[in-house]
Every structure is written in structure tokens, then in C-alpha cells.
Design a protein around this ligand. Structure first.
Ligand SMILES: Nc1ncnc2c1ncn2[C@@H]1O[C@H](COP(=O)(O)OP(=O)(O)OP(=O)(O)O)[C@@H](O)[C@H]1O
Ligand SMILES: O=P(O)(O)OC[C@H]1O[C@H](OP(=O)(O)OP(=O)(O)O)[C@H](O)[C@@H]1O
Ligand SMILES: O=C(O)c1cccnc1
Length: 498
């Protein structure tokens, strides 16, 4: 396996679960492949016991869909697959069909950087059943991970109260794309830069860094190491002070800082990577200030996350810049966002779409039927509620009632003072043609900050956040209830009499 050359051979069409392909074959065989369907990608619970999620990954989804095509190598691989009977799994006619298949779906999605909530669609796919089905796994793979990391990054940045957070995670990230996608999502979520140079090149993210203990250890003394570093980077020196003795390290940094100053240069600061970060940062601040370096920054790193940063803030640590790696890029305390992708409507012979529900013992798992969109209502610039509604339904916000999808006794009437509204699902593809100009990564990152600013801080706190209201518009709620009751009735009728 050569990872540096042709890893994907120009195609990611097989980056899917095998059952998507066996279903695709069965759809084709039963004449249903081209029947139109609607699927929604959504999640049921915020990660990290938080009160919000940041949607990310749409740019990857767009690229995936634009290039969705089974190439010759893919088809050859599938053609060689044999079942238990020794016969090919997939008939030649199906493989010919796959090799000619071109992406032709409609996709609507929330823009990257949008703050989103449980049960609301992040991506809606409408198109031939076979294509919708094949897209399930890659879309979930992309959106689940990048949204998870963008959310973790947003939490860490909120804890840092606007101070820069440098992402240092590549060495601990989940493999190669895990590392690249995590650096992208971390930047979207609010980090200031990445240490991941390839992510810098591919996504246009600022790259930054300090130096490691190995640099210090390669010299006879720490002082010599600092001097040599200052020589190489007179304008960009951040000295790692904790290799041997932190207080002595700070003294050496000050010595080299003074030498730099005598040449008209300024050290940027120091980094502390072990020990009690509150204590050592305060000692360092005092020493730096006394020595005439009040502007020298104190960078801290070492297994940081939003909770430790928040605790250090509470302890009045003198840290100005936060280096965060492992716990950010691996989403350490919750390694997956549980996004799902469910069929919600299918077109029948008379040309109409029939809404579909899957009933479940757990009411939380009953999906939302129909073709829907989401409106976010604002009052005086603050988001007050999200409403999921049937897209062909006229909504009068002054009269609209939203009902909690998990608890129908929880209802909220949207009052006339909710002036502004925003429709969250935007047109991305129509019949396979891209309709959307993807924003720059800077614009996406900026959007996260604007979006977060529109939510009350009660929804953003790290512990026991207040639940933001998201509900089904009354007609959609009634449709769902009726379909569930019908399905239950059919189920009861099908049961043998006791
Ligand atoms: N004042 C503090 N309050 C809360 N957490 C802190 C404080 N200072 C450091 N920490 C955190 O405590 C943990 C310390 O971990 P650990 O004991 O492994 O580090 P260490 O022994 O200081 O350094 P090393 O990485 O060399 O083992 C880290 O997650 C660090 O971020
Ligand atoms: O702690 P993280 O949030 O992942 O941040 C990145 C860490 O990576 C580096 O050290 P590394 O972990 O390689 O070694 P060390 O901790 O033994 O210095 C760096 O010094 C940070 O401590
Ligand atoms: O630049 C740094 O200081 C850095 C980079 C990666 C991991 N830890 C630290």
C-alpha cells in the first residue's frame, strides 16, 4: 500500500458500507433504483453534554457528490467479489448501471458554521433511491466527524474567552484524514491556527508553532538552545521553559529576550508544558513583567480541554495563548457524534411524495416524516426557537405553534414579536448541478462566531446548559402523530389474537 501515491485512485465511491451496495443491487433488481426518495441527516443529542452543535463538513460533501462516480478500478473490484456460492455478488448488468450512474440528486443543507440542534436536518437529499442510499455512509462519515470537532473547538474557544487557541493535534489524531479534517474543523470552530502543515496548505489555514523539548535536549545547556533558536527566528521566538526547571527556564528566556532586544528584536513569549499551569504561569508573568517584558505572551499546553481551561481561568492563571491537541482532535470525551440518515418520503406512481415514519419503542427514535425545512426565529437579534416544518406549508409565524418532537406536552407559541426569521436549509445541488458558491474557510469560521453570538449564554455554558427550543410546526406534528397511530394500528392488526 502506497499512501503517498494514488491512495484513492481518484474515486471515493467505495467509501461506503457493503450493505449500501447490496441494497443498491437489490433496488436495481427490483426496479426501484430510480424511484425518488427523500432522506434527512440529523442527530438526536448534542455531543459533550453540551447545549449546541456546530455544523461542519459541507465542503467535503459537495466535493464528494461532484465527483461521485464508480471508476474502472471500483467496478473491477466489485466484479471480482464472490458470494458463499462462489458466484459473483453483483450481476454484470448492475455493474454496467453503476459505472454509468452520475450524481443527479437535489441536496439542501445548513451552511457550514451554522449552530444546529437535535432533530433538525443538516443535510436533505432528494433523488433516485439508489443514489440517496449510496450517499448515506460517506455523508455521515464526513458530517459527523467535522461537526463533532468544530463543536469541541467552539467549546474550547469559548472557555478561552477570546484568547488564541493553537491546534496541536496531528500526532494524536485518528489517522491521516482524521488529522486533516480535524484541523479544518478545529479552525472553523474558532482555533487561530494549526500545527498541521498539510492542513495549512490544503485548506488555507494559518500555520504556527513553537519548538519541542528535543530542541533543548540537543544542546549542552538550555541557554544555548534558546540563543540558537533566537538566532534562527529573531522575530518569532517562543521559548519552551520546562525541560529541566521551569523557573530557571524563565530566567534563561529573559536573558535571551534581553539579548534580542539589544539587537532591536522582541521575543514573543514562553511556553509551559507541564506542572501546575496556574502556578507557573503566574510566576512567569511576575518575572517577565519585572524584567521589562509585559507584552511577552505565556503559552500553555499539556492535555488541555475546555474544562481545564475554564478551571485555569477560574484560578486566574496568567496564560494568554492555549495550545490544545489530543483532547480536541480526538473529541476525547465523546469520540463520535451520533448523526443518522433516515428516509422521510418516497414518490409513488401518481407522482406525489408519501411521507414515511419508522416507529420505534423509543419515541426519541421515531423519525420526522415528509419533506421539511427549518426556520430559526430571532427576537432583537437573539435566536429564540427553531421550527421544523413541511416545506410546502405556508407559515404564519404570528400564529405558529411548535411542539417538542420528544414530548408533545411541551409547546411554544411563536409570538408576533419574533420579527426576523432565517430559513436554514439552503439549495446546494439541483438535479446534480451545484447551485451554491461555497464560502471561504475564513467566512465559515466567522459565521460560527456570529451564530454563537446570537444564542443566549445559557445554551453555551459547559455544565447543564439550558435547552434551546426546537419543535415541529403543528401540521407536521399532526402528520407525524397520525402516521405513528396508523402504523401502530396496522401492527396491532397484524398481531395474532392471544
Ligand atoms: N492549575 C491547574 N488546574 C487544573 N489542571 C491543571 C493545572 N495545571 C495543570 N493542569 C492539568 O493537569 C494535568 C497534569 O497532568 P500530568 O500530571 O500528566 O502533567 P505533568 O506531570 O505536570 O506533566 P507531564 O506532561 O510532564 O507528565 C494536565 O491535563 C494539565 O493540563
Ligand atoms: O497535550 P496536547 O493537548 O495533546 O498538546 C500537544 C502536546 O504535544 C506535545 O508534547 P507530547 O505530548 O508529544 O509530549 P510530552 O507531553 O511528553 O511533552 C506538546 O508539548 C504538547 O504537550
Ligand atoms: O508548536 C508546538 O509548540 C507544538 C506542536 C505540536 C505539538 N505540540 C506542540
Amino acid at each position: 500500500m502506497k499512501i503517498t501515491k494514488d491512495l484513492y485512485q481518484g474515486s471515493l465511491a467505495l467509501l461506503t458500507d457493503f450493505y449500501q451496495l447490496t441494497m443498491a443491487y437489490a433496488y436495481w433488481k427490483s426496479g426501484k433504483a430510480e424511484q425518488e426518495a427523500v432522506f434527512n441527516l440529523f442527530f438526536r443529542k448534542h455531543p459533550f453534554q453540551g447545549g449546541f452543535t456546530v455544523a461542519a463538513g459541507l465542503d467535503y460533501v459537495i466535493d464528494y457528490c461532484k465527483n461521485f462516480k464508480f471508476n474502472k478500478e471500483d467496478i473491477d473490484y466489485l466484479a471480482a467479489m464472490k458470494g458463499k456460492d462462489g458466484q459473483p455478488v453483483f450481476a454484470k448488468g448492475f455493474l454496467d448501471y453503476l459505472s454509468e450512474m452520475r450524481f443527479s440528486c437535489d441536496i439542501d443543507a445548513v451552511e457550514e458554521g451554522t449552530v444546529v440542534f437535535p432533530n433538525t436536518p443538516l443535510v436533505r437529499v432528494k433523488g433516485p433511491l439508489i443514489q440517496c442510499q449510496l450517499l448515506e455512509t460517506p455523508l455521515l462519515n464526513i458530517i459527523n466527524f467535522q461537526s463533532l470537532i468544530a463543536t469541541k473547538a467552539a467549546r474550547i474557544n469559548l472557555a478561552a474567552l477570546g484568547e488564541p487557541v493553537l491546534e496541536f493535534g496531528l500526532r494524536r489524531a485518528q489517522g491521516i484524514d482524521g488529522g486533516l479534517a480535524a484541523s479544518r474543523a478545529a479552525y472553523i470552530g474558532g482555533c487561530s491556527s494549526t500545527s498541521n502543515v498539510m492542513a495549512g496548505k490544503l485548506f488555507g489555514i494559518p500555520v504556527s508553532g513553537t519548538h519541542a523539548h528535543s530542541w533543548i535536549m540537543s544542546f549542552e545547556t538550555e541557554l544555548e538552545a534558546f540563543e540558537a533558536y533566537a538566532e534562527a527566528f529573531p522575530d518569532q521566538s517562543v521559548f519552551l521553559v520546562d525541560t529541566y526547571d521551569t523557573v530557571n527556564g524563565i530566567k534563561n528566556a529573559i536573558k535571551v529576550g534581553k539579548a534580542l532586544r539589544s539587537k532591536g528584536k522582541e521575543m514573543l513569549g514562553i511556553r509551559i508544558d507541564s506542572g501546575d499551569l496556574a502556578y507557573f504561569s503566574n510566576v512567569a508573568r511576575e518575572m517577565l513583567d519585572e524584567a521589562g517584558f509585559p507584552d511577552a505572551k505565556i503559552v500553555a499546553s499539556n492535555d488541555l480541554d475546555e474544562h481545564i481551561i475554564s478551571s485555569l481561568k477560574g484560578q486566574e492563571a496568567s496564560i494568554n495563548v492555549w495550545g490544545v491537541g489530543t483532547k480536541l482532535v480526538t473529541a476525547f470525551d465523546q469520540p463520535a457524534l451520533g448523526g443518522v440518515y433516515k428516509l422521510s418520503a418516497i414518490r409513488i406512481e401518481d407522482g406525489t411524495f408519501v411521507p414515511k415514519v419508522k416507529i420505534s419503542q423509543q419515541s426519541m427514535k421515531i423519525n420526522i416524516p415528509g419533506i421539511h425545512n427549518v426556520k430559526r426565529y430571532y427576537s432583537k437579534g437573539k435566536a429564540v426557537a427553531d421550527m421544523i416544518y413541511l416545506e410546502d406549508q405556508e407559515i404564519n409565524p404570528k400564529a405558529a405553534l411548535i411542539i417538542d418532537p420528544n414530548d408533545p406536552t411541551r409547546r411554544k407559541r411563536l409570538m408576533p414579536y419574533f420579527y426576523q426569521e432565517e430559513t436554514l436549509l439552503k439549495e446546494i445541488f439541483r438535479r446534480g448541478e451545484l447551485q451554491y458558491a461555497p464560502p471561504s474557510i475564513e467566512a465559515i469560521r466567522e459565521r460560527v462566531q456570529v451564530q454563537l453570538g446570537a444564542f443566549d449564554k445559557a445554551h453555551k455554558r459547559l455544565v447543564n446548559p439550558h435547552i434551546y427550543p426546537v419543535g415541529l410546526e403543528e401540521n407536521l406534528h399532526n402528520l407525524r402523530m397520525n402516521l405513528v397511530l396508523q402504523a401502530k394500528q396496522t401492527e396491532d392488526e397484524d398481531q395474532p389474537e392471544k
